[in-house]
Design a protein around this ligand. Structure first.
Ligand code: FAD
Ligand code: NAD
Length: 473
């Protein structure tokens, strides 16, 4: 059986590529190993975590009202099975929607594990009725979108229902009394927030000296302070887990580091120390595709690999491992196949940590600019000066622009505060459009909004922010 274009993997990279290719008139076959489309993002990532974070946020807001505003609420009573069912229903609705969209676009979906036999043949393993009798496909082009998997170092690889990865944590089997989160990155902070708000006594251990290593410290600070209060200071930095062991009804953890030393027991452990590209076990070595030392498929800006028939997108094709980066690369890959002069060269890929407060950035960070020796100036607007932030009782946030000192073109933005994930959209557009700071200062933003802080931070640069007195040096 021959298929002109095969997409391997039905996550936000793969289904975006398949649908876009079909919209452009190509005949597309999408091969996905699981029974539903959606990939990590929909089935055990972005969407379920954000559904649970929505609940965590509302619980946090009611607590703040009780504490600070004289509006009393009872402690929430969590019907865990209802919460779990609601989350699962959101996933099911969206996954079914993707199935329908594939059908309407006439994308042929085969639920099989695809194994490359050579540079133009894919074997189809599995039992699903969608698998053709030939059990293999030849193709003109293949887009590999196989995503990523949790990376679990050997010391933390314990086979026990009490030791979970992010998928286990999102299954929400119960709300344990205590939980240790290993890793202070995206997943550790997001899922740590969920469980802490549901009532679990959460502790977090992080190998490096701070949460979210690599992100600008001034942005991380309000989040770190908030999270530290949430977990009653049980954040152990510069500390590693020497060993983990299931002792029946708990997990025994040996800490080694200045943040914590010695043995402690937890009802559950969530290991969230990063993800690795899913580039093994499906025959890439039978092709000319090259994989780098970290397991990512090497590809150029047109998403082409070293094998002329094969392109790669999404988590398997390099960092950042984010859904919107995957779906953007998907379009580039399809345009490359169509012979268009397209390339993946974004000035800004927004990144959002959906904690409370949220943390978002786009374009250059100060850490990256310093590392790359790029000259930059910074303009910061503290949310304490924002009427809207005061009205929300959330004055800990900040909005900052990074600017090219010669041209005044914006090259980066960082925001910490509630809703930062929504606000960063304007910044991403400004950076992509090469706006100058005076464009932002001169654009009327509605008052009182948190979006105004983007305009205000630009005014800070010129020493003319109305609500703060900070003359330009
Ligand atoms: P995936 O979504 O991983 O999809 C790959 C698909 O390929 C899978 O369905 C897999 O079954 C299939 N596959 C693999 N090998 C084969 C094979 N040989 N044959 C057939 N099928 C195969 N990103 C964000 O941008 N925002 C977020 O809020 C966010 N939250 C996250 C929360 C969690 C807990 C996790 C774990 C991740 C989160 N991410 C988030 C990251 C996001 O999920 C990934 O960046 C995104 O899913 C990558 O898309 P992809 O298409 O490259 O791969
Ligand atoms: P991460 O890279 O974000 O964070 C891992 C953390 O674990 C780091 O702080 C690292 O220093 C620490 N660490 C590493 N080894 C350790 C050890 N042995 N002991 C203690 N700490 C250790 O990885 P993640 O949180 O697992 O998330 C994986 C990826 O998934 C993210 O990088 C991101 O690309 C994606 N993701 C995105 C979102 C989002 O967009 N909101 C949410 C979740 C996941």
């Amino acid at each position: 059986m021959h298929a002109p274009l095969v997409v391997l993997g039905g996550g936000p990279g793969g289904y975006a590529a398949a649908f876009f290719a079909a919209d452009k008139g190509l005949e597309v076959t999408l091969v996905e190993g699981e029974s539903r489309l959606g990939g990590t993002c929909l089935l055990r990532g972005c969407i379920p975590s954000k559904a649970l974070l929505h609940v965590a946020r509302v619980i946090g807001e009611t607590e703040a009202l009780s504490h600070d505003w004289g509006v009393q609420f009872d402690r929430p009573r969590i019907a865990i099975e209802v919460l779990r069912a609601r989350k699962n229903k959101i996933i099911a609705t969206l996954a079914a929607g993707l199935g329908q969209l594939a059908k309407r676009r006439k994308v042929r979906v085969i639920h099989a594990r695809g194994i490359l036999q050579d540079s133009q043949t894919l074997r189809l393993d599995g039992e699903d009725p969608s698998i053709p009798a030939e059990r293999s496909l030849t193709f003109d082009h293949l887009i590999v979108a196989t995503g990523s998997l949790p990376a679990i170092p050997s010391t933390l690889a314990v086979s026990s229902p009490l030791v979970m990865d992010s998928s286990g944590a999102l299954d929400l089997a119960d709300v344990p009394e205590s939980m240790l989160v290993v890793g202070g990155g995206y997943i550790g902070l997001e899922m740590g927030t969920v469980y802490a708000k549901l009532g679990t006594k959460v502790s977090l251990v992080e190998l490096t000296e701070g949460l979210l290593p690599g992100v600008d410290r001034d942005l991380v600070k309000p989040l770190a302070n908030h999270f530290s209060r949430l977990v009653e200071d049980r954040i152990y930095l510069n500390t590693k887990v020497g060993s983990l062991g299931d002792v029946g009804d708990a997990v025994e953890v040996a800490f080694e580091g200045p943040g914590r030393f010695g043995v402690e027991r937890f009802d559950r452990v969530l290991v969230a120390v990063g993800r690795r590209p899913a580039s093994q076990g499906f025959g890439l070595e039978q092709t000319n595709v090259r994989v780098n030392e970290r397991g990512f498929i090497v590809c150029d800006r047109q998403q082409r690999t070293d094998d002329p028939r094969i392109l790669a997108i999404g988590d398997v094709a390099g960092e950042p491992m984010l859904a919107h980066k995957a779906s953007h690369e998907a379009r580039v890959a399809v345009e490359t196949i169509l012979g268009h002069p397209s390339e993946f060269a974004p000035a800004a890929i927004p990144a959002v940590v959906f904690t409370d407060p949220e943390l978002a950035w786009a374009g250059l960070t100060e850490e990256t600019a310093r590392r790359e020796g790029r000259p930059y100036e910074v303009a910061v607007y503290p949310w304490a000066a924002s009427g809207r932030a005061q009205a929300l009782g959330r004055t800990e946030g900040l909005t900052k622009w990074l600017v090219d000192p010669d041209t005044e073109i914006v090259i980066g933005c960082g925001i910490c505060g509630p809703g930062a994930g929504e606000l960063i959209g304007e910044a991403a557009l400004a950076i992509e459009m090469a706006c100058e700071l005076h464009d932002l200062a001169g654009t009327i933003h509605a008052h009182p909004t948190l979006a105004e802080t983007l305009m205000n931070a630009a005014e800070v640069f010129y020493g003319t922010a109305t609500e703060i007195y900070k003359p330009r040096k």
